[in-house]
Design a protein around this ligand. Structure first.
Ligand SMILES: [Zn+2]
Length: 389
């Protein structure tokens, strides 16, 4: 036994490999692999080597691992009752612990890569959520962390076909504040709580599933829950029209309705926790990066459902004035009562805010410094209004 332990570590040392690295490499290599993952081009994260958690008898009902503390009301990881809770049992964020205690980085090892924003590929790639690490693993290194509803709401969508999304198995909850609705999303789950049904109301801390590495997570070692908070931009109808326009034949139909990653705009979840407010206040406090006039006679569902952010026309109107954040979230809107000459027009912009736009492609500028609609902004406008700008 002694020899067996000593020889490998000497060998490893000879090759300059730390025993921990070796163990991780073995853990990754031992993962069962699947042949392909069908990318639905939905990703804010690129498709990489997939991981599959074996169908495991240890699912929701039998998850009491020895290391897992029992939680009661006062132990819930949140700043105060009524505010959003952390989607796992990890208290580190609320105890002001270092990022490494709660963030799962990508293979780059950079902790920032697990945060929301233009945090990947030297700031060129946008990550729509926050990647929360596993606290509890079993002997085979399979995460045992349970995933909970951050806020009370309604189950809007469940995907249990992990191969048809970069998000793998995922759950979307919709939350309702006066005249405003928003979502939270929980991705890469190993399994979804089997009793959960679309349309069902859930309380805060309702069990949604178990952490995993389904979708575009490169391996068991990188298991995490990708947590998002934001809006669905278009309806299923407007989004599917946009989606079908992008598809090359043969068509791969949109499997996720309005809850497809490309129809969502997300805000920084950690900032939402830090705001210690409801979502409406948090959103209204976002800096405005640019304001557009768009000429259209449509009233999108987004406007009709979110009048906390603006007003609906009570007379003939010709379009909308819309304030956007640098990443494309609508902060405010109001109808335009004068005819518009142009299909769209930039009313104002804040260059400093837009500089945060690593590769987000919202409002962009050509080499003559003339603004144009970047691809993300074009997409959002199409999803909102069901027409091209
Ligand atoms: Zn993520």
């Amino acid at each position: 036994m002694y020899k067996k332990l000593v020889v490998p570590s000497m060998l490893l040392a000879a090759f300059g490999i730390a025993p921990k690295q070796f163990l991780l490499a073995v853990a990754k290599k031992c993962m069962p692999s699947t042949s392909t993952v069908i990318s639905n081009k939905a990703g804010s994260e690129s498709a990489k080597r997939p991981c599959v958690v074996q169908k495991n008898e240890k699912t929701v009902g039998s998850l009491k691992s020895k290391s897992e503390p029992t939680k009661n009301g006062s132990d819930i990881p949140q700043f105060a009752p009524g505010l959003p809770r952390w989607p796992t049992d990890n208290r580190a964020f609320f105890d002001d612990k270092p990022l490494a205690d709660y963030i799962q980085p990508t293979q780059s090892g950079r902790l920032a890569s697990g945060l929301w924003g233009c945090t990947r590929n030297q700031g060129k790639k946008f990550h729509a959520g926050v990647d929360i690490k596993s606290l509890y693993r079993d002997r085979r290194y399979v995460p045992q962390d349970r995933i909970f509803a951050a806020l009370p709401g309604k189950v809007a969508y469940i995907n249990t076909n992990p191969k048809n999304s970069v998000y793998g198995n995922y759950v979307v909850l919709e939350h309702f504040e006066p005249n405003l609705r928003f979502y939270t999303l929980y991705a890469h789950l190993a399994s979804v709580e089997p009793t959960l049904k679309v349309g069902q109301s859930v309380a805060q801390s309702a069990l949604l599933g178990v952490m995993g590495c389904t979708g575009n997570v490169p391996g068991l070692y990188y298991a995490h829950v990708h947590f998002e908070v934001g809006f669905s931009v278009g309806t299923e109808q407007t989004f599917t029209r946009w989606y079908n326009m992008q598809q090359e034949k043969p068509k791969d139909p949109n499997a996720h309705g309005q809850w497809h990653a490309f129809n969502l705009v997300s805000l920084d979840p950690l900032e939402f926790f830090r705001a210690k407010s409801n979502f409406t206040h948090f959103l209204k406090a976002q800096p405005i990066a640019f304001t557009l006039f768009v000429a259209t006679n449509k009233i999108p569902d987004f406007m009709a459902q979110n009048t906390a952010l603006g007003m609906l026309p009570s007379e003939k109107f010709y379009g909308w004035r819309i304030d956007f954040t640098w990443f494309g979230a609508v902060v405010h809107f109001e109808p335009l009562l004068q005819p518009q000459k142009e299909k769209w027009q930039v009313v104002s912009f804040d260059k400093r805010e837009l500089e945060k736009n690593g590769n987000r492609h919202t409002l962009e500028f050509d080499k003559n410094n003339r603004p144009f609609l970047g691809e993300t902004l074009e997409r959002y406008l199409f999803e909102l209004f069901g027409e091209a700008f």
